[in-house]
Design a protein around this ligand. Sequence first.
Ligand SMILES: [Zn+2]
Length: 458
Amino acid sequence: MNRRWHAELGWLPGQGVQRDVLIEAEGDRFSAVNVGALWADSPPGTVRLKGLTLPGLANAHSHAFHRALRGITQAGSGTFWTWRERMYQVAGRLEPDSYLALARAAYAEMSLAGITCVGEFHYLHHGPDGVPYADPNAMGRAVLTAAAEAGIRITLLDTCYLAGGLSAGGRSEPLSGPQLRFGDGDADRWAARVEALGPDSGGLLGRYARAGAAIHSVRAVPPGQMHPVVAWTHRYGAPLHAHLSEQRAENQACRAAYGASPAKVLDRAGALGPGSTVVHATHLTERDVQLLGGSRTCACFCPTTEADLADGIGPARALATAGSPLSVGSDSNAVVDLFEEARGIELTQRLATGQRGHFSADELARAATVAGHACLGWPDAGEIAAGGLADLVTVALDTPRLAGTAAATALESVVFAATAADVRNVVSGGRDVVRDGRHLLVPDVPAALSAAIRAVLD
Ligand SMILES: [Zn+2]
């Protein structure tokens, strides 16, 4: 089906914000983009997009089920590790049906926020006590179904998670309690299970779903078990993600166990490179920054989660300068708002350094769009350009937050002041998913979230 939109303002690659942009698509891809086309001259059937239209946003790091913990984990104080215990309680209660309902509702919230593609860092694989379901990929398939039903493209980052952690002295501890559900025994069995998802030779699981892999962290995967995961990603050209140096305790235990930083351990395992993404990258040495940047490894920042969990502030500017593309993720889904994540990269650098202007609005918007898609294995998405996947996000400029926006600084206004609530229209692969702020596939998103969360907490 051919479609046509007229964007009052559109953010275009290499051209910045332009007025009166006529955007055409054939099927799920853009076929033409023309600037300076007056609305009055638009052909019949053209959809008018008032406000600033961006390409689809990519949420490069999500754990959908953490959405059930929003607010609950803000009561009292606690640490990253007490937060993890509460998260394990929810993980312990999910079954394929309840996981599907929760993930579908969480992804619908993401669609309303302008996210058209999600990287789901998925480690909740097996039944309680670690007994596989009849289909050992029942939980992964629930996530894939949830994304399809919410109209969001997905990279299922199937996560290898073999050990319960590293003791302060560097001893690898076995999985226990709720963690038993995460483990496949060893990395070869992990690879065999992922293989059963049935990716095609390019790693696709469907038109809008891709398989990827993750090494949960150096805490959860011993270095000797990393090779099968890396080899699997090479076979399919699939993206590889890993949590990296989120907490200082992880670095200390890693040094005690392996005599090297987590980044160096991943490097030795061949897990860094342009197809790889490290998530958080908070507590790095200068040598780590050079390893990541020099290998063109992407760094995914999740500023709202990193603030929520008191992780710290990673060296975003140093990484970008060293050569790492940056992307953003909502991670724990304590907040789902990629505008807040994108500006969080710049604002946390300001707080850490006492200086402004580390990243331009254009660089931050690229992190939330084209760079995020690339790190999830969708290099042909995230830009409004002929040939790319036809994803559009229109941000209204007549809301209380954005009224008074000037065309010349519309991107700055949106990156630094918009919220998810300002998103009006979302098109994914040429198909409307959100129209006038309403989700077309999940009719009552708050009710869906509320029912799904109640089902796992009660
Ligand atoms: Zn995470």
